[in-house]
Design a protein around this ligand. Structure first.
Ligand code: ATP
Length: 302
């Protein structure tokens, strides 16, 4: 049994709701303000920890009220936070979201997340069987340093290249499993994939990424499930028919659950089916962190 070690972002999502969005220069009266722990790194760590797997998070928080609240929230989920350091001067990562008539605008301030560096990832000793996970909300050189250490230790690496951003082949070479959605795949493959690409179109786009035969590329397709491509062989994992109420964090649940299951020694096909089931539970509840299922819930659902 290994651990899940996530190097990634920790944010407070501040959501303001209003009847309509203000125009530039205008002030409108809002209806409510809500605070949700977020950031892809934190969400994925919460998903893995809720599934009962020992989970370590590497990240940074500001020395401010959001930092304190997020530290308490993550600790309450049993996540090892010894490698979550305080920033020297930056604020805690924050997403300012305005929500009006189901349309949102989002401004993300990386803050302390931009300071997560190679020294931070060097604090955690990885061992064979561990699963190292990262996303593109911390600097890419940090992810490279993290994955170099993981590969040298015999751990498995999962990269979730979100939000989509170009990355060099040296980083891709360190990745065992790439997990991305259709938008990110279209961006990285340089292909216009449209709204609901067929599994064949997805497989063709994955080929553009030129994965090695030993690498798996797993593309999440929302309600339609996921396609996993290994050595040119594509497998469709059918989405589970559920009544979705909020898909926020579904991708993060998928990544966290995949890592959790692999750290327990599961084979790839089993782990992907498990992640698909876990994520389909998460979309039936509101929020990101609070929607992540427990191991018992996934077992019952499978
Ligand atoms: P988000 O950005 O909202 O977190 P994403 O775009 O990264 O999501 P999706 O592809 O939308 O990721 O969803 C990830 C996984 O969640 C899917 O592969 C699937 O397993 C599950 N899922 C998402 N939406 C649904 C749904 N409506 N019904 C069942 N399962 C779903």
């Amino acid at each position: 049994m290994g651990r899940v070690v996530v190097a990634g972002s920790i944010n407070m999502d501040v959501v303001a709701t209003a009847e309509r969005h203000p125009r530039v220069g205008e002030t409108v009266a809002g209806q409510s303000v809500m605070y949700f722990p977020g950031g892809k790194g934190a969400n994925q760590a919460v998903a893995a920890a809720k599934l009962g797997v020992p989970t370590t998070l590497i990240g940074r928080l500001g020395r401010d009220a959001f930092g304190e609240q997020l530290r308490a929230f993550l600790a309450a989920h049993g996540i090892d936070l010894t490698a979550v350091k305080d920033s020297t001067g930056a604020s805690t990562g924050t997403a300012i979201i305005t929500l009006a008539k189901a349309d949102n605008t989002i401004v993300v301030i990386a803050g302390a997340n931009a300071e997560v560096g190679a020294d931070d990832v060097a604090q955690v000793v990885l061992t064979p069987g561990d699963v190292a996970v990262s996303q593109f909300e911390i600097p890419q050189p940090t992810i490279s340093a993290f994955f170099q250490r993981a590969k040298a230790a015999g751990a498995t690496t999962i990269l979730n290249p979100a939000p989509a951003s170009a990355f060099d082949s040296a980083l891709f070479a360190l990745v065992d499993i790439l997990v991305l959605n259709e938008t990110e795949l279209g961006f990285l493959a340089g292909i216009e994939l449209g709204d609901a690409p067929t599994p064949q179109q997805v497989t063709d786009a994955v080929r553009e990424l030129k994965p090695r035969p030993d690498q798996t590329v797993c593309v999440t397709l929302g309600a339609r499930g996921a396609v996993a491509v290994t050595n040119g062989d594509a497998k469709l994992i059918e989405g589970r028919a559920v009544k979705a109420v909020d898909t926020t964090g579904a991708g993060d649940c998928f990544v966290g659950a995949l890592a959790a299951r692999l750290s327990q020694g599961a084979a790839m096909a089993d782990a992907i089916g498990y992640a698909n089931a876990a994520a389909s539970i998460s979309v039936q509840r509101m929020g990101a962190g609070p929607s992540m299922p427990s191991a018992e819930e996934v077992r019952a659902w499978l």
